[in-house]
Design a protein around this ligand. Structure first.
Ligand code: 3SL
Length: 254
């Protein structure tokens, strides 16, 4: 017997923060939001946690970043226009946050798009906010499936929220959302909720054979390539090298 649509969990894709308000209505108690900024904020968050950071706090301004890092005895980092933000010593490279630098301390991070979307999602208080990027693709899919099993109704609605670049759609975030849509649909337990989910799944399927090569034309790839950040690009576009899921604590942000 086939499952009817009513029993399936739903997956939606929000392509830009400017559209997030449309998805906010779905953020009920059975909803999880995945914040996505493949280049590079959510890759950096996964990398810092994987290298022993005790947490990552996302803040909007550089001054706040310095202040909060001092309060928490943490490391302050962030970018503006892809470069180390003026006033900070560390940027937004996932390769920068080594075990030695972090020493088990929290990272306080400010970026142009990724941390902004994290804070926006938090204002709408979904059941759970996690972050996703290609580096933790497998872990994100496994986590969502486990959360679905745990939910009382055995149903979990998923909003894949792309940070984009200054409210514009970005290929790399869309493709990661497409990868998650594709993997969840394969399970037979999730159904697509909007045309954007259908679009990003096709996009991902057309590019998955070589993400690095197929994303070379993406505007943010080119922005980072101009800064010679090829090691970062390679790291960010290599799937499933990190087996953890950053979970946003709605009270502390850590
Ligand atoms: O905008 C962001 O949140 C950053 O990830 C952009 S950058 O890749 O660090 O330039």
């Amino acid at each position: 017997m086939e499952k009817t649509g009513g029993e399936l969990s739903k997956v939606s894709v929000c392509l830009s923060p400017v559209l997030f308000y449309q998805y906010a209505e779905q953020l009920d108690s059975d909803c999880i939001v995945v914040v996505i900024d493949v280049l590079r904020a959510t890759t950096t968050i996964a990398s810092a946690l994987n290298n022993g950071a005790s947490g990552v706090k996302a803040v909007s301004e550089v001054s706040e970043c310095i202040e909060v890092a001092a309060q928490l005895n943490g490391v302050a980092g962030g970018e503006r226009e892809g470069k180390v933000a003026p006033g900070l010593e560390h940027g937004n490279s996932p390769l920068e946050y080594t075990r030695e630098l972090l020493g088990g301390r929290p990272l306080v991070l400010t970026t142009t798009n990724g941390t902004r979307l994290l804070n926006l999602a938090q204002k709408h208080s979904p059941k759970q906010i996690i972050t996703g990027a290609f580096v933790n693709l497998d872990a994100v899919v496994t986590h969502i499936r486990a959360e679905k099993k745990l939910s009382e109704s055995n149903r979990l609605n998923v909003v894949l929220a792309c940070a984009g670049w200054r409210d514009s759609v970005c290929l790399e975030d869309s493709m990661f959302a497409g990868a998650v849509v594709s993997r969840l649909r394969e399970t037979g337990d999730f159904q697509i909720q909007c045309d954007s989910a259908q679009t990003v799944e096709s996009l991902y399927n057309s590019a998955k054979s070589d993400l690095y090569e197929n994303l070379k034309s993406a505007s943010h790839f080119q922005r980072l390539a101009k800064l010679n950040l090829f090691d970062d690009l390679r790291f960010c576009l290599t799937p499933s090298t990190i087996n953890l899921v950053p979970l946003f604590n709605v009270d502390t942000g850590l």
